[in-house]
Design a protein around this ligand. Structure first.
Ligand code: BGC
Length: 567
């Protein structure tokens, strides 16, 4: 068993924004497949494809109406087969998004539930409840939707009378399933098999910790839902069942869970009979704060080590303002995991040069830490968030549901610039990209960065190549060499691999620091007079325990030889 997922570099493709193959302005599977060579050159081990299944696209594919088909917007099942085969030919694994918390309201199950009426087995697949108040015209409780507004919507009964309410954690078009119903568990286990049979190497499980709600549906002071995740929650049995499905396949299939829970709760989901890895959102939230970063690293490593699971490292994804922008803001406000707060607007002025410099430095921490690492498409180009999209262009449901108070996540989903040409090479000349691409991104395009040694793309490529060749980077044992009380200025840790040690230094201060002895592998800014400049990171190779051992024995042999010769 290779357990490749323990230290893999996994690249997130947001299909609508990565590459457009058919020239309609919307990224797709054919376009993604055509860029496989780029991904191989970049040096990634695996892909995570955000959802491209049949969907009315109310939440950009996170509202699925047929889990076993590809949405025509992105192509066909044959295109997916082709993408998986092509990726495998390049030695790249493919993981798919699995969205179990809710279906689309256009899913046949939900349509049947509305049509079948109160008390039916069809309704029991979802969370239908009678309303409160006179004639049941008030929602069953006060829980709020993550996207804003109430989390209950009322349906008409088959006879046309105002009827029951159904629960939705997100938009009204995303009704939550009833995961206490064994039919739901069986159906989703079967969906996993469908994609495993087609060659998927694993899954990213959307909103994974929220499947089980407190089914007494108590009112809460905050309006937040009550979602049990502790050891006794039935949610863990669901994951045990999924794990059995994954383990019944050859080839080390895996699942990564999306959860914003505390580290000790996350670890429960990563016990040996549950899922494999989890996104570490605490690391996202730590921004460029040394103490917070150190705490996030320590806490996650310790919690996961207790259950034998590795940690994942992530700074960017399709729900969070891009790190170049976040890190360039005074507050260094990290985008929160909860979608309702996922907007960079309002965080103050942005210094993009500073953000880029910090993002370069943080990339060398991200790509060195032991565990799996996620890279979100465009992160390797240092794309900023686009916070000035015209209101008329906004498409995230958060914009509408918040009554136009939250701009939502479109700013981190703007399509990739590939060339300096028309539509920056994302799409052909006859269509507009689904979100406008800023003209100045021509200089951030792949083509523009490819020829420059000092580009973000060059940094990522070099870092990934070094990581691939190293027993320490991404996989060694982490040992801090900086004291806790200097964390605000300096993070320094050794990664001890079998025959080498790499020291990682993150200089958070504005002032240069001396570099330790050793071979300089890579730095995020040029080293001047043996010093690492302020706001920069470096990887320095140092002889590891075995390296030292090897040198000592060579020395021992030399001495023995000299002694021999003297005899
Ligand atoms: C996904 C979001 C999506 C939500 C509802 C999340 O955690 O990453 O993009 O809106 O789940 O499915």
């Amino acid at each position: 068993m290779t357990q490749w997922w323990r230290d893999a570099v996994i690249y997130q493709i947001y299909p609508r924004s990565f590459a457009d193959g058919d020239g309609d302005g919307m990224g797709d599977l054919v376009g993604s497949t055509a860029r496989m060579g780029y991904l191989a050159d970049l040096g990634v081990d695996a892909l995570w494809l955000s959802p491209c299944f049949a969907s009315p696209q109310v939440d950009h594919g996170y509202d699925i109406s047929d889990y076993r088909d590809v949405d025509p917007l992105f192509g066909s099942l044959a295109d997916m087969d082709d993408l998986i085969t092509t990726a495998h030919d390049y030695g790249i694994r493919v993981t798919l998004d699995f969205v179990p918390n809710h279906t689309s309201d256009q899913h046949p199950w939900f349509q049947a539930a509305v049509a079948a009426g109160r008390g039916s087995p069809e309704r029991d697949r979802y969370l239908f409840r009678d309303g409160r108040g006179v004639d049941g015209d008030e929602p069953p409780n006060n829980w709020l939707s993550v996207f804003g507004g109430p989390s209950w919507t009322r349906v008409d009964e088959p006879d046309g009378s105002p009827g029951q309410w159904y629960y939705h954690l997100f938009a009204a078009q995303q009704p939550d399933l009833n995961w206490r119903n064994p039919e739901v568990v069986a159906e989703f286990a079967d969906i996993l098999r469908f994609w495993l049979d087609r060659g998927a190497d694993g899954f990213r499980i959307d909103v994974s910790d929220a499947l089980i709600k407190d089914d007494t549906f108590p009112d809460t002071d905050s309006g937040d839902p009550v979602i049990p995740k502790d050891e006794s929650s039935p949610v863990h049995d669901i994951y045990r069942e999924f794990r059995q499905v994954l383990d019944s396949y050859e080839g080390d299939r895996m699942a990564v869970i999306e959860t914003g829970a505390e580290d000790d709760i996350v670890a429960l989901f990563l016990r040996p009979d549950e899922m494999h890895i989890a996104f570490n959102f605490r690391f996202v939230h730590a921004g460029f704060d040394g103490s917070d970063l150190r705490e996030a690293i320590d806490s996650s490593l310790a919690a996961n080590a207790a259950v034998g699971a590795p940690t994942t490292w992530v700074t960017d994804n399709h729900d969070t303002p891009r790190s170049v922008t976040r890190l360039g803001q005074d507050s260094v406000l990290a985008g929160a995991y909860i979608p309702g707060t996922m907007t960079a607007s309002g965080n103050g002025a942005t210094d993009e040069d500073l953000g880029t410099r910090r993002a370069r430095a943080l990339a060398l921490v991200l790509l060195a830490l032991p565990g799996a690492t996620y890279i979100y498409n465009g992160q390797e180009l240092g794309l900023p968030n686009v916070d000035d999209l015209p209101d008329s262009a906004l498409q995230d449901p958060i914009w509408e549901r918040s009554g136009h108070t939250l701009r939502g996540r479109d700013g981190c989903r703007v399509p990739m610039p590939w060339t300096r040409g028309i539509n920056l090479g994302f799409t052909g000349s006859r269509a507009e990209p689904w979100l406008p691409i800023p003209g100045e991104w021509a200089e951030l395009s792949v083509a523009a960065q490819q020829g420059r040694d000092d580009s973000m793309l060059a940094l990522y490529r070099e870092a990934l190549a070094l990581r691939k060749a190293s027993a320490a980077l991404g996989r060694g044992e982490l040992r801090w060499v900086s004291a806790q009380d200097v964390a605000d200025d300096l993070l320094a840790f050794d990664l001890e691999g079998a025959d080498e040690t790499v020291r990682v230094l993150l200089n958070l201060s504005e002032d240069p620091i001396d570099l330790p002895d050793g071979g300089m592998l890579l730095s995020s800014e040029p080293v001047i007079d043996g010093q690492l400049p302020g706001i920069a990171a470096a990887w320095v190779a140092r002889p590891g325990p075995e390296g030292i051992q090897a040198r000592l024995s060579t020395l021992g042999q030399l001495i023995a030889d000299i002694v021999d010769r003297r005899r």
